[in-house]
Design a protein around this ligand. Sequence first.
Ligand code: ARG
Length: 500
Amino acid sequence: MSNEPTKMWSGRFREPLDRTFEQWQRSFPFDWRLLPQEVAASSAHARMIAAAGVLTPTELETTLRGLAAVGTRAEAWSHRISVSSPEPDYITSTQQIGAALVASSPQAEDIHHFVELELTREIGTLALKLHTGRSRNEQIATDMRLFVRDSIDATLYGLEQWLSALIFLAEEAGRAVMPSYTHLQRAEPVLVAHWLLAYVSMMERDYSRLVDARVRMNLCPLGSGAVAGATLALDRTIAARALNFDAPTPNSMDATSDRDFAVEFTQVLSTLGLHISRFAEELTLYSTAEFGFLDLPERFSTGSSAMPQKKNPDLTELIRGKCGRLAGAAATLGIIVKGLPLAYNKDLQEGQEPVFDAADTIAGILSVLPAFTVSLKFRFDVMDRAAQSGYLNAMAAATYLTHKGVPFRKAHEIIGNVVRFALERRVELDALSPQDLQQFGSEFGPDFHEAISLQATIDCHDVVGGTATTRVQQALATAQERAKQHTAARHSPAAEVANA
Ligand code: ARG
């Protein structure tokens, strides 16, 4: 063993580590992503120990300058990479930055070690004071919270873009109609806007789940020490404030081993993924020749190397597939945490990659989904025809009879017989003559055809949440209003501070 300790913990050891084990247990190859968070958290810790008298004001200043330099160097790399590639896509450049960082410091065990080594290069032995009163256990808990918080903010922003896109489509659709389905069989006509607003509802729940999760996780673990709390009387509010957390965490054992915030984040993304995946599936289906409800935008489709005629819905298929990764991340995290004794255990290191993967996956999805959604072109004529064939007005017809005093069960039976009669003649209900109808009941009057017209079939659903034209117009106006509030809330001066 050399005299220069290359480990943060070598004092107690006399034997060097097995080389393979050493490489295998390192987290730097993936936790380098936490560099900005580690620099921010270390700076907050420096302020806290300076207030406790461990660093003089000059030492604090030097330490903060050194930490900023460590952070800026990495930013400079990322800048070099993004200007050298003509179309920097965020994932490629992220991987490139990572490869460069990891190659630059083969001895760094993890991001905490890396920053310590770099800071020592920057400011000399003063760097060694920074670890006073702290543990990597609280550092990783803090870095991960900061990472998840940033990712929540980015996801909220992406969801706002998707929300605007859906609302734009719903406005464009106006009074256009389409079939709704149950069991994937034609059910009743609905406004296209009503169908789109169903996704707005799902998405708004996901949005509020993310907002909730952000409130719950916004507490600062710094000062929790390794497990029992810092060994110095630190004012933990200094670090909490410096990192825009609402307060310090209340229990050191929980704070150093809790990953609820990551579990919750991935679970919310998993649910969001379920919704996005249903949207993707519907569009995939509706773009087939069998449905023909929409033309896939060429900008977001691909061809086949074998079949010249093909235009494939790769975007929606990939989204459907990637949503599986979100569910996978949530499952992985839950399994890692399950049954861990308190407090920190190295198993927790395995929880980082699913969080990064989920954050990247949702960022990738939301980088294409809003633009794709806005550019969708529906074939309203095809949708309209589909909504008018297949007896989608049968329920409205039964309702007509109930207005004439027929009990619904009886009305259902009568219209069922009328549908069978029409099926045999291969016509729709509106093609039946008054004489045809009279055989089934004396209640059929001259107003029947009007009551089963497409417009009436839509507008009879005149309840809150129904597809009647006026209800959908109200729902759209409400959605627009809420969308404005979301954006305003995130851009309010208070939010700016919280998001800084
Ligand atoms: N890389 C470690 C992790 O991600 C940091 C914490 C290490 N703590 C320890 N006691 N070994 O969990």
